[in-house]
Design a protein around this ligand. Structure first.
Ligand code: ADP
Ligand code: MG
Length: 590
């Protein structure tokens, strides 16, 4: 930062005899983060935060440097979900900030606490648009994508700025917070004692939010009157980390439940009340739906449409910490505004021992459907086809997750996502990290690094070949930190499928296909990890088992039939197509 050098040099010269009693912006920021419990920073070094990373490491924070800010950001977002405390991502100015911003928006959309700290160029130059190095008004750009955005201009305000960021990221509905750190702030010096005094520790970061007694009584009235009740458990409930309370509530009520994708495992997927394998039936026929930390957004069809069986009148009860979530789609007959633990406590208290579970007529019908569907699926998961189909390969992943229940499963792709979510049971809370509310590709390696670093557990990534490409370079990061991450690439040579054609008859490949028979395993070998090929489910089982035993970074190139996938997986209906295409392109009929 040549613009700030004269100031820093002058400070250093004037104060060269007194530096032992001074601190600076770098160290105040590091101390403020440490005071608020930060142990890990996900980082990409560069101007003006290179030394910030070095000093943070020297001061005992684990600093993991990535190859691209988006993946450092996704790691921080996933860390926020896993820990119920903000994950920290640190980037350089303008382009690095923008790369990290995608992840910050992802955290905000998913309601996870994260703080993006980006270095920025000098305000005096940026604000007059005089053309600085990496000039950008980052604070303004961040606002629509963050729950809150702050800029710190004075060293004595660092404690305040960090406290504001922690409070905003976690309190109420969690989200992403942007913290703008101009390069000139980092070099500012101040008296060390005064500096220490200026730091603040945020008290009661996840403060309880107690539901009103009248709201509890109303909710119980509605739930009691239900003949065919259904629970939907969302990732907000997994995030809340009151696993035993949720279990107690679910088992006391005795309702069939559907876990949303990242809530899988909060209640085990093989629990008798789990209705995942009877999803169509329970969504359609239920007369009362109790949402716990789940939104009626696109993932639930906004709570309407044929899947919800419009001829069956439904009532909704919803627990959410965010008041404006209530009534955002369907009328909520009984809103419970509060944190999930406090709501569950209050409900259980009010119930006492006095609860009549739903009739066997309802729970028995759901159970029968579950068992029939599970039995119908079972043989398909046991084939040993080569090349593999999704079901044969997912059968292996399902077994692995049953045998190694503490493994963190990272999952992204189209078919690789949909098939894995529906086939692979999760047995413990917060063991599934996936594409989240946006359904985005690219979260894979960042989430995997966070999974390994934050828990110390083995990580298994189930990746479509396309999805893996968004973050593939981070295999170097995984090897550099020698993390116990096993990546399985479901390689069908393309996006959705590998058999797409160029409809012009020209030489370029179709927009949806990749180089055929790509040797992804060599990407891992290039950095000293283990790279192998699996041609059939037996290979896949053996190679995963070896990876888990060695805990070495491993990439398994799992060969899936080119024609095995479906366009856009289970959400092909969201993909607009032309009604006239069939008349223009004969191939479109296929
Ligand atoms: P899913 O995608 O699994 O359905 P969503 O992300 O849509 O889950 O919904 C999670 C919901 O949980 C959000 O509306 C969020 O406000 C809410 N939430 C997050 N943390 C808590 C908490 N501690 N208590 C109550 N609600 C919470
Ligand atoms: Mg593919």
């Amino acid at each position: 930062m040549s613009q700030s050098e004269p100031v820093q040099n002058m400070n250093a010269k004037n104060l060269e005899n007194a530096t032992s009693d001074l601190t600076d912006g770098f160290h105040l920021l590091i101390d403020a983060l440490k005071l608020n419990g930060v142990k890990t920073i996900y980082n990409v070094p560069g101007i003006p935060i290179t030394d910030l990373g070095r000093y943070a490491q020297a001061q005992g924070i684990r600093v993991l440097s990535f190859r691209h800010e988006q993946h450092a950001g996704y790691a921080a977002a996933a860390a926020g979900f896993l820990n119920k405390r903000p994950g920290i991502c640190m980037t350089v100015s303008a382009p690095g900030f923008l790369n990290g911003l995608t992840a910050l928006a992802h955290a905000t959309t998913n309601c996870w606490p994260m703080i993006l700290i980006s270095g920025s160029s000098e305000r005096e130059i940026v604000d007059l648009q005089r053309g600085d190095y990496e000039e950008m008004d980052q604070l303004a750009v961040s606002r629509p994508h963050a729950k809150a955005s702050y800029r710190i201009l004075l060293a004595e305000d660092i404690g305040l700025g960090v406290a504001r960021a922690f409070r905003a990221a976690t309190t109420g509905r969690p989200g992403g917070v942007y913290l703008d750190v101009p390069g000139s702030l980092l070099g500012q010096v101040m008296d060390e004692v005064e500096g220490k005094k200026s730091l603040r520790q945020v008290i009661d970061l996840n403060a309880a939010s107690i539901p009103a007694p009248a709201a509890i009584a109303r909710a119980l009235e509605v739930l009691k009157s239900a003949k065919k009740p259904l629970l939907i458990i969302g990732k907000g409930a997994a995030y809340a980390q009151c696993d035993e309370k949720v279990r107690q509530l679910v088992e006391t009520l005795g309702f069939p439940y559907l876990p949303m994708s990242m809530a899988k495992g909060l209640m085990p997927d093989n629990h008798v009340q789990c209705a995942s394998a009877a999803r169509s039936l329970v969504l359609k026929e239920s007369d009362c739906v109790f949402l716990i930390g789940a939104r009626l957004n696109w993932l639930l069809g906004q709570g309407q449409g044929p899947a919800w069986g419009e001829k069956y009148a439904k009532k909704f009860v919803q627990i959410d910490i965010e008041p404006t979530e209530i009534d955002s789609n369907q009328t909520i007959s009984a809103p419970l505004i509060g944190d999930i633990e406090s709501c569950a406590d209050a409900l259980l208290d009010a119930i006492g021992g006095n609860w009549e579970k739903p009739s066997k007529g309802w729970t028995g019908a759901v159970r029968a459907k579950v068992e029939a569907n599970v039995a119908r699926m079972a043989p398909k998961l046991r084939n040993n086809n080569s090349p593999m189909d999704y079901q044969g390969a997912m059968g292996v992943i399902k077994d692995v997750m049953a045998e190694h229940q503490d493994t963190i499963l990272v999952n992204e792709g189209a078919n690789a996502l949909d098939q894995c979510r529906s086939i692979v049971d999760i047995h413990k809370p917060r063991k599934r990290l996936d594409v989240g509310t946006w359904g985005i590709m690219g979260i894979g390696m960042g989430s995997a690094v966070a999974g390994a670093v934050e828990t110390g557990n083995q990580v298994l990534c189930v990746e479509g070949d396309s999805a893996f490409g968004f973050s593939g370079m981070e295999v170097e990061t995984i090897c550099r930190y020698n993390l116990p991450i096993c990546i399985v690439i479901f390689n069908n040579n393309g996006i959705y499928r590998g058999d797409g054609e160029n409809w012009s008859g020209g030489e370029d490949p179709s927009p949806t296909v990749f180089v055929k028979d790509s040797k992804y395993e060599m990407m891992m070998q290039a950095f000293g990890g283990v790279g192998v090929v699996a041609n059939n489910p037996d290979d896949l089982r053996r190679t995963i088992s070896e990876a888990f035993k060695s805990r070495k970074p491993t990439l398994i190139n799992a060969i899936i039939a080119e024609d095995a996938g479906r366009e856009s997986g289970n959400i092909g209906n969201l993909n607009p197509t032309s009604v006239v295409a069939q008349h223009i392109y004969p191939q479109a009929k296929k």
